[in-house]
Design a protein around this ligand. Structure first.
Ligand code: PEP
Length: 247
């Protein structure tokens, strides 16, 4: 059985001193982790956190990557640049990027392609809004979002990580029930199986108010292979409890 993956998404939080305190606590508490662990940090802190986690069980992650290779794209950074800092995972298509930066399914697919080409594992985020869930469109939405990535990356689709993050559960304290989460994960697994014989290798993470109290139950579901953790990833005790629940 593959190890679970617990990835923290720090979003736009942190400072040099706060990062050091947080990572030191995580390093001390995760030495014997039985799962894979990653922290997705703001781009300006990649160099700092690269040094802090060097040689540890904690892998470095980015929160975004350009869909372009290089050139006149002020403010953006490429997959090759992330790779220079030892980045192992990179979020693509987080709902906050889709919502506030107008990222389309095609842009997200191109970003996943750039990451894969640079040897970085894209963590492809998919998820429905509350209105889409209430209208009964959850499956259609997540399948459309993942289909764009499969279409652009079919030959290496087993190299991605998928994160199912219902938009209504992100940062709201509302978690999908274990049944709701497992049902969508099973749909995504089925879609991956139709695309690759290696679908069972793909980590499908749940994200959306995962915390120390609900992690064990969510992670016990057959198609939930880990968690993408926002708020709780900034609190060492909570993030370590989630890591412990993923043994
Ligand atoms: C996220 O932003 O990816 C996330 C899951 O946030 P939270 O855990 O705070 O809901």
């Amino acid at each position: 059985m593959k190890k679970k993956l617990i990835a923290g998404n720090w979003k736009m939080n942190g400072s040099l001193s706060a990062n050091k305190t947080l990572v030191d606590a995580l390093l001390a508490g995760s030495r014997n982790a039985q799962c894979l662990v990653a922290v997705c940090v703001p781009a300006p802190y990649l160099a700092q956190v690269q040094q802090l986690v060097d040689g540890s069980v904690i892998a470095l992650g980015g929160q975004d990557v350009s869909q372009h290779d290089l050139g006149a794209f002020t403010g953006e950074f490429s997959a090759a640049m992330l790779k220079d800092f030892g980045v192992r995972y990179c979020l693509v298509g987080h709902s906050e990027r889709r919502q506030y930066h107008g990222e389309t399914d095609q842009v997200v697919a191109a970003k996943a392609q750039r990451a894969l080409a640079a040897g970085i594992t894209p963590v492809v985020c998919v998820g429905e809004t509350l209105a889409e869930r209430e209208a009964g469109h959850t499956e259609e939405v997540v399948k459309r979002q993942l289909a764009a990535v499969i279409h652009a990356n079919g030959h290496c689709i087993s190299e991605i990580v998928v994160a199912y993050e219902p938009v209504w559960a992100i940062g709201t304290g509302k978690t999908a029930s274990v049944e709701q989460a497992q049902q969508v994960h099973a749909v995504l697994r089925g879609q991956l199986r139709a695309a690759t014989a290696q679908a069972d290798r793909v980590h499908i993470l749940y994200g959306g108010s995962m915390n120390a109290g609900n992690a064990a139950q969510l992670l016990a579901q057959p198609d939930i292979d880990g968690g993408l953790v926002g708020g709780a990833a900034l609190k060492p005790a909570d993030f370590l409890a989630i890591i412990a629940a993923a043994q």
